[in-house]
Design a protein around this ligand. Structure first.
Ligand code: TXA
Ligand code: MG
Length: 337
């Protein structure tokens, strides 16, 4: 299959919407990361997403809508709390897990009786949903297990020859995927995957916000994940990633004692003037770190890094999302000094 890279203009957005309408899979920019979009109601098109990514069939796809008011067409129940959250965070980087109705095929929901609903704010994704008239199923546009793509070039590298087209919308604004939540009851949201909509922001609307234990800890063998994505090693570069929770001085000492030819460090911008080993920086604050993290993991692979020591980020605000992606990239390998 020939994959065309489309520049961002009106004609190409209409063209991409036509492809979606006709059952094709297209790489589409969103404000979080790039998605691999297809008509969520077209089972064959959705199967093509799974095979392009090499994604396990039991890992459900998020369904993207132009407006939250359309959620009623695809779900069997919407709690009041979901409407309140939608008022504040839709469009935006929030995915709400709701009970699905029969219109959402089981292929799309990975066999579950629920569906993740998101209303993206990015104008390209939004316009493609509107023009195609399709709810769009879209996972991140990476090969399963690799870091999520935050620019069109990443999507082309993973998907060239596997999908019909990619639209180039430049770098993703946030750089980490949406916050995924479910509802424990009418007042309580549970974060299944942290993202740009933070726990602190959710608490402005919800009485309680639970951070699912699988966000910070490895799932115990035999236990069932509340979100199937949590059971897979994710965002995994080829290098052996090791998270280090320590002072800068202890970090330098650790690297000096374990430094090899292809050992790299991922450090904060402020660290670099005192760091004598091979390094990349990944931002000065949490939102910058979110913006760069997946790009850096890909770059570390490109330069052949075999071992990567990472300065553990703050877990406040969007930092929790950065920490969660890194700890999964490390396969939960953490050194605490
Ligand atoms: O920002 C995003 O969310 C991006 C853009 C493209 O919208 N999409 C994305 O999709 O990250 P994906 O498939 O890579 O990640 C979705 C996560 C997976 O971990 C999946 O298991 C979980 O959300 N998920 C989706 N539907 C679910 C459901 N019904 N119940 C529980 N977890 C669900
Ligand atoms: Mg993904």
């Amino acid at each position: 299959m020939n994959t065309v890279l489309l520049e961002n203009n009106e004609k190409n957005i209409v063209f991409a919407a036509g492809l979606i309408k006709n059952g094709h899979v297209v790489g589409i920019p969103t404000e979080t990361v790039y998605g691999l979009g297809a008509d969520a109601l077209n089972e064959d098109a959705v199967r093509m997403i799974f095979s392009a990514k090499g994604r396990p069939a039991d890992n459900p796809l998020i369904v993207h809508l132009a407006d939250f008011s359309q959620a009623i067409e695809y779900t069997s129940y919407i709690p009041q709390l979901a409407y309140k959250l939608a008022e504040r965070f839709c469009p935006g980087a929030l995915t709400m897990i709701l009970p699905k109705n029969d219109r959402i095929p089981l292929v799309t929901s990975g066999g579950l009786d629920t569906v993740g609903i998101r209303v993206p704010s990015h104008h390209i994704m939004h316009n493609i949903i509107e023009i195609s008239g399709c709810p769009i199923a879209a996972p991140s546009a990476n090969i399963s297990g690799l870091p999520s793509p935050t620019c069109a070039e990443h999507v082309m590298r993973d998907m060239d020859g596997r999908i019909s087209a990619v639209i180039d919308g430049g770098a993703s604004e946030f750089g980490v995927e949406s916050t995924v939540i479910s509802f424990d009851n009418e007042n309580t949201a549970r974060i299944l995957r942290p993202g740009a909509v933070t726990r602190e922001m959710l608490l402005e609307i919800c009485d309680n916000v639970i951070i699912d234990p699988a966000i910070l800890n490895e799932l115990a063998e035999g236990s069932v994940a509340s979100s199937p994505g949590m059971k897979y090693k994710h965002y995994s570069p080829k290098a052996d990633v090791i998270m280090v929770e320590s002072s800068f001085e202890d970090f330098v000492k650790l690297v000096s004692e374990n430094n090899g030819e292809n050992t790299w460090s991922l450090i904060f911008n402020g660290d670099k003037k005192n760091f004598p080993y091979k390094y990349m920086t990944y931002g000065a604050d949490s939102s910058e770190q979110a913006h760069y993290i997946f790009q850096r993991l890909r770059e570390l692979d490109d330069i052949g890094a075999e071992k990567v020591y990472v300065r553990s980020p703050s877990t406040d605000g969007v930092g929790l999302a950065v920490y969660n992606r890194l700890i999964r990239a490390s396969g939960f390998e953490v050194i605490r000094l």
